[in-house]
Design a protein around this ligand. Structure first.
Ligand SMILES: Nc1ncnc2c1ncn2[C@@H]1O[C@H](COP(=O)(O)OP(=O)(O)OP(=O)(O)O)[C@@H](O)[C@H]1O
Ligand SMILES: [Mg+2]
Length: 251
């Protein structure tokens, strides 16, 4: 059965898609099989994986128009259940459906035996899509930047995680909070550090020791639609992501 990671934060631009892609790429470099799921209508992960206009994607799966297995797009960077523009309509389409929180979980149950890992990228909102991600996942990774608004936003996210644990996924674990886009001029004051650690402990989790540095190589690899580990194997930011994956305990 696959280990399922959801990369989530309702705050925009905190490196969710970047982290989902590099995490999956790095796991593949270790020799494991990975399925990527792009739950964000913006489709950044889909684009980054080199997919232009998929015929169908996760929208068709969540609305039961297609079986998950028949909807996978295969790329050089791995298998993807892609985002398509229709995904913006999902909230409206599922609004009166009982059990709408379980649509992704039901789909992944049919695929879980085929992959070692499933990585879910999520949109910058707390919506039906994010609840589906949290309901399907075994583990959550929360990328964050170290500014006050980002850290305040984590309190709301931790409440959502508690609610999901109560109603739809009592086994949900938070692997940790990952500091991203870190640069040496970032002032991680004592107060911000304490806020981060308090939030982590509220959800029985931790802040990863690994911090992902701000690096141009990330943007370059994305512009080339390449895998960071292949594009810049020696970059500091690649080493940061590898240290993070070690902390996750992925061998
Ligand atoms: N370590 C990094 N160094 C430099 N730029 C980065 C790094 N991580 C992410 N970025 C850049 O930051 C921007 C936001 O990253 P990304 O799209 O992964 O965030 P997101 O949380 O998925 O955003 P959204 O909420 O819109 O989905 C992108 O332009 C990306 O290239
Ligand atoms: Mg994104």
């Amino acid at each position: 059965m696959a280990e399922i990671y959801a990369v989530i934060n309702q705050k925009g631009g905190v490196a969710k898609s970047t982290t989902a892609q590099i995490l999956g790429n790095a796991i593949r470099h270790k020799g494991h099989s990975v399925l990527f799921i792009d739950l964000d209508p913006q489709g950044n992960l889909t684009y980054g994986m080199g997919i232009d206009t998929p015929d169908a994607g996760i929208y068709e799966v969540l609305t039961k128009r297609k079986r998950a297995l028949d909807t996978i797009t295969t790329t050089e960077q791995g298998d993807v259940l892609a985002s398509t523009p229709s995904l913006t309509m999902i909230e409206h389409e599922l609004q009166n459906e009982l059990g709408k929180e379980y649509r992704l979980k039901e789909a992944l149950d049919t695929l879980s035996a085929r992959y070692d890992y499933i990585i879910i990228d999520t949109p910058p909102s707390l919506s039906t899509l994010s609840i589906n991600a949290l309901t399907s996942a075994n583990k959550v990774i929360i990328p964050t930047q170290t500014d006050i608004y980002s850290i305040q936003g984590l309190a709301q996210l931790s409440q959502t995680i508690e609610t999901v644990r109560k109603y739809t996924n009592d086994a949900l674990e938070v692997a940790g909070i990952l500091i991203t886009r870190y640069d040496k001029r970032t002032i991680l004051t004592q107060q911000l550090t304490e806020m981060l650690e308090n939030t982590a402990s509220m959800i029985n989790s931790k802040v990863f020791d690994a911090r992902i540095r701000e690096a141009i190589a990330v943007k370059e690899a994305q512009a080339m639609r390449d895998d960071l580990l292949t594009y810049a194997p020696k970059a500091n930011v690649t080493a940061d992501y590898l240290a993070f994956i070690d902390e996750l305990g992925i061998k």
